[in-house]
Design a protein around this ligand. Structure first.
Ligand code: PLP
Length: 372
């Protein structure tokens, strides 16, 4: 089935009790058992399972072409679960350019818990090979990367991981299942912050881990989800499931708009560089063309004139909101180095943009007046 159809139907069914077309939200924390103690409908306590969360999980694994999913209360909780599933003493290879929170989770939580980590340029397979250690158990891929929009060849990194008996995990938040399918490139697990494009309206936080095969690793992840308890709430699950129904069409709009905005910026005399994988001049364009179906709504650009000029542009825009996060219908702009804080490698003249679903001409007009 095509993704547009899956997005509308996967995880949905007519409510057998009421014939409601849209799902009810089940807030009950507990469920009645049969006299013999069984619970044939599969629910007994909200942390263990809930109809809304289950429906969301069913939808998400089908969208990614996996077999099972575990929905969490945030993308970071989903990320945490994967590192929690590793044996102490394991080594992880992670991208230098990635969501800064993922690096913080590794450095501030898991290194003290006896995981070791090497950060590498994931676009350079040789550097990844050189970073391998006998105890490397996992390679983390995020493509397009945050905030430089670098493109990693998922298939190549998966091969390196598998030759070393390690897992390849892909954070697919920015591309979404509409943009690329990491399982088809060989990845073992896919992670999303559903807070972004899957929810799609900047009003819900969540995360998910999806597995390509049912295995012991996924059993461990399920335990971390249900015993640890960082689960997606019924209402949050409902909101994400609703958001997903329009994901394919939103992603087409985001991508079309982003390409137009990126093209405009790349021709602007006050812009030093534009990072968008849909531009033929982008260093990762050829790989992106092969592994992505649409290039997504995220881009970043560097202005001439340094940090001050970048702040000036962000201050002058009227349609773009100065705010962090991404993936909603409204366009956002942010000075990423300030958000990432001390030690960031993000250039000081860089602005990251989440291109929304407004008319692209209006977005371009707004950026034009802010740059001039
Ligand atoms: N992964 C990526 C690529 C992100 O951009 C983010 C957040 O910005 C996360 C994970 C973390 O998600 P959350 O904020 O839902 O914890």
């Amino acid at each position: 089935m095509k993704i547009e159809t899956l997005a509308v139907h996967a995880g949905h069914r007519i409510d057998p009790a009421t014939a409601a077309v849209t799902p009810a939200i089940y807030l009950s924390t507990t469920f009645e058992r049969q006299a013999d103690g069984s619970y044939p409908q599969g629910y007994h306590y909200i942390r263990d399972n809930n109809p809304n969360r289950q429906a969301l999980e069913q939808c998400l694994y089908q969208l990614e072409g996996g077999v099972a999913a575990a929905a969490f209360s945030s993308g970071s909780a989903a990320t945490m679960s994967i590192f929690q599933s590793l044996q102490a003493g394991s080594h992880v290879i992670a991208p230098l350019d990635a969501y800064s929170g993922t690096a913080s989770v590794l450095k501030e939580i898991f290194v003290p818990w006896n995981l070791s980590v090497t950060f590498v340029d994931m676009t350079n397979p040789t550097a990844v090979e050189q970073a391998l250690e006998p105890n490397t158990r996992l390679i983390w891929v995020e493509t397009p990367s945050n905030p430089m929009l670098k493109i990693t060849d998922i298939g190549k990194i998966t091969d390196i991981a598998h030759q070393a008996n390690a897992l390849c995990v892909c954070d697919n938040t920015w591309a979404t299942p509409m943009g690329q399918n990491p399982f088809k490139c060989g990845a073992d697990l896919v992670v999303h912050s559903t807070t972004k494009y899957l929810g799609g309206h900047s009003d819900v936080m969540g995360g998910v881990v999806i597995t390509k095969v049912e295995n012991d690793l996924f059993k461990t992840l399920r335990k971390i989800q249900t015993i640890g308890g960082a689960v997606a709430s019924p209402f949050d699950s409902w909101l994400v499931l609703r958001g997903i129904q329009t994901l394919p069409y939103r992603m087409r709009g985001h991508s079309e708009n982003a390409l137009k905005v990126a093209t405009f910026l790349s021709e602007h005399p006050k812009v030093e560089a534009v990072h968008y994988p849909g531009l033929p001049t982008h260093s990762g364009y050829e790989i992106a063309k092969q592994q992505m179906h649409v290039f997504g709504g995220m881009l970043s650009f560097q202005v001439k004139g340094g940090r001050e000029k970048a702040f000036d542009v962000a201050a002058k825009v009227k349609l773009f909101t100065r705010a962090t996060s991404l993936g909603g219908v409204e366009s956002l702009i942010e000075h990423r180095a300030s958000i990432e804080g001390v030690g960031t490698k993000t250039p000081n003249n860089l602005l990251r943009v989440s291109v929304g679903l407004e008319h692209p001409d209006d977005l371009i007009e707004d950026l034009a007046q802010a740059l001039n």
